[in-house]
Write a protein that binds this ligand. Structure first.
Ligand code: AMP
Ligand code: MN
Ligand code: MN
Ligand code: MN
Length: 283
């Protein structure tokens, strides 16, 4: 079961990816993906399209999303898999989570204007596929194409991270809320790319403890956001906390993403894959 080409993390134009759900499905299938999930940020509007496209391309499908959460002053991402995409409470919760993005985008643009980059709000909007979901990634594409920055790493380093002129503090959903929306809709909550957070060992331990207390049951081990050493590190953490393990590229764009759909090592064999626990939720 560990030797399955599952890719359970990527983004479409419904959030901050550059491909449609249909184009992603075709690309995933061409890369050999057998089980796929589209996990747009704070948004499940693409799920029916993605499920249909998976079927048309001969792949099995798990519904997906990646919810922004504020925990210990840091933004943490919680992936939801295998939920009912028409669940009312979850849909409503995500509308509320997305709600602050427009105001935040205006504030990001104000910060960038002060740093000498005018009209960034209008600039970023040109890259937005879903008006409800303007993200830092859209600002980054504008800053690169305008010649202000050389690449994504440059943008985030100079402008869009804490302490930089285009960074705006934002309060997202709570950990408990995000896990409740997912699990009450029949799905599994999974901690996304745990190595990416700037937590102390104690804070990370608290995250995993609180996550499991609220009913979270999975963690990403093999992700495009982890190094090989981090695969091993979080394989141990998964076992320590009794969590199922997930695998996903976090693919956003052919031009920007280092890891293509399906192009990851398999999960370590000693782990329980999330798709084993979610077997009856697979479409
Ligand atoms: P937001 O949800 O608006 O805060 O935007 C977060 C998104 O920005 C993430 O999902 C990534 O796609 C992107 N991102 C964040 N940090 C970086 C980084 N250092 N390099 C490239 N992309 C990043
Ligand atoms: Mn993203
Ligand atoms: Mn993420
Ligand atoms: Mn992601």
């Amino acid at each position: 079961m560990a030797l399955l080409n599952a890719d359970l993390h990527c983004h479409s134009v419904v959030s901050d990816g550059t491909l449609t759900p249909e184009a992603l499905a075709a690309r995933a299938a061409a890369n050999g993906v057998e089980l796929w999930s589209l996990t747009d940020h704070d948004e499940i509007g693409g799920q029916h399209r993605a499920a249909a496209a998976a079927k048309a391309n001969g792949m099995r499908y798990l519904t997906g999303t990646e919810i922004s959460v504020t925990f210990a002053g840091e933004t943490v991402h919680i992936v939801g898999l295998g939920f009912d995409p028409d669940d009312r409470d979850m849909l409503q919760g995500l509308v509320a989570t997305r709600g602050g993005r427009a105001t935040r985008a205006r504030e990001i643009a104000a910060g960038l204007a002060q740093a000498g980059v005018p009209d960034a709000y209008e600039g970023a909007l040109r890259y937005v596929g879903n008006p409800d979901l303007i993200s830092r990634t859209h600002f980054a594409r504008f800053l690169i194409d305008a010649g202000v920055c050389s690449d994504m790493g440059d943008v985030f380093h100079r402008f869009l991270t804490p302490g930089r002129p285009g960074y705006v503090e934002h309060k997202w959903a709570s950990l408990g809320e995000a896990i409740a929306w997912i699990t009450r809709a029949g799905g599994m909550a999974v901690i996304a790319h745990p190595a990416r957070y700037r937590f102390t060992a104690n804070e990370e331990y608290a995250l995993f403890l609180e996550f499991t207390t609220h009913g979270g049951r999975g963690v990403e081990v093999v992700t495009g956001s982890h190094t090989t050493a981090e695969y091993a590190q979080y394989a141990d953490v998964a076992q320590e906390f009794g969590l199922a393990a997930s695998r996903g590229s976090d693919f956003h764009s052919p031009e920007e993403s280092r890891t293509d759909l399906g192009k990851l090592p398999y999960l370590p064999g000693q782990l329980t894959p999330v798709w084993e626990v979610l077997a009856d939720r697979i479409l």
